[in-house]
Design a protein around this ligand. Structure first.
Ligand code: SAM
Length: 243
């Protein structure tokens, strides 16, 4: 039996996905509100920056993995126009349904697929851009997921990984206090769920840092990888090119 981490806990590898499912089933209804509150709106800037770096054009084929409530999928859809396509995907039905309803309210209908990033139901060399925002951290086999993302990209295609990362040293103390003292209380108050926000703080600490993730992307098929630190490294945007 192999084990892996679920936050700071060690769990059977085969069980991690169901623990993660429990977290996102629970947070889905209040996900967008909590995102705004927890990040004080900063997640909007990080995503806007990601859309700029994506540099999409009309007609592009895009896959948004772990797309949740659809922030990136919606922004990308506006860039690729009617001749392009954005496929909005997530392993969690509750998150995807919340996102699909929200996009429908905005008059946007996208192909929506429930799927696991580790087994993508798409052909080889198909997409111009693949994105995964705040999703990779939750996956059991990040190497397998990255190899799948590489497989479905066209040669020359781009992977964007937006994820929490290792914050700059001077910010560490304040960030730890905020993550472990404030976040779970905010989760309890707003969403009636402190455990999921404790998991959020722990999973961020267990996720590979900037250089480690860059190496992992290179090891899984990306010929060129670079990253941009955002907000003092609180978040990093990794850009991988399939060469
Ligand atoms: C923090 S949310 C991010 C949602 C959205 N991308 C955003 O930035 O607001 C993480 C998402 O990752 C999804 N996820 C976790 N493991 C996954 C997997 N193996 N394959 C696909 N999605 C996964 C969860 O269901 C959840 O919706």
């Amino acid at each position: 039996m192999s084990t892996t981490h679920f936050g700071f806990k060690s769990v059977d590898e085969a069980e991690k996905a169901s623990h993660v499912k429990g977290v996102f089933d629970s947070v889905a209804p209040k996900y967008d509100l909590m995102n705004d509150l927890m990040s004080m709106g900063l997640h909007r800037l990080w995503k806007a920056y990601t859309v700029t770096v994506a540099n999409l054009k009309e007609g592009d084929q895009v896959l948004d993995i772990a797309g949740g409530t659809g922030d990136l999928a919606l922004a990308f859809a506006k860039k690729v126009g009617k001749s392009g396509r954005v496929v909005h995907t997530d392993i969690n039905e509750a998150m995807l349904r919340t996102g699909r309803d929200r996009l429908l309210d905005e008059g946007v209908v996208l192909p929506t697929v429930v799927c696991d990033a580790e087994k993508l139901p798409f052909p080889d060399h198909h997409f111009d851009l693949v994105s995964v925002a705040f999703g990779l951290r939750n996956m059991t086999h990040k190497d397998v997921a990255l190899a799948e993302m590489n497989r479905v990209l066209k040669p020359g295609g781009k992977l964007l990984v937006l994820e929490f990362s290792k914050v700059a040293k001077p910010l560490e103390k304040a960030y730890d206090w905020y993550s472990f003292k404030v976040l779970p209380k905010l989760g309890e108050l707003v969403a009636g769920d402190s455990a999921s926000y404790q998991y959020l703080a722990e999973s961020i600490r267990m996720h590979p840092g900037q250089e480690e993730l860059k190496a992992l992307m290179k090891a899984n098929g990306f010929g060129h990888v670079d990253y941009h630190n955002l907000t003092g490294g609180l978040v990093a945007l990794h850009v991988g090119i399939k060469c």
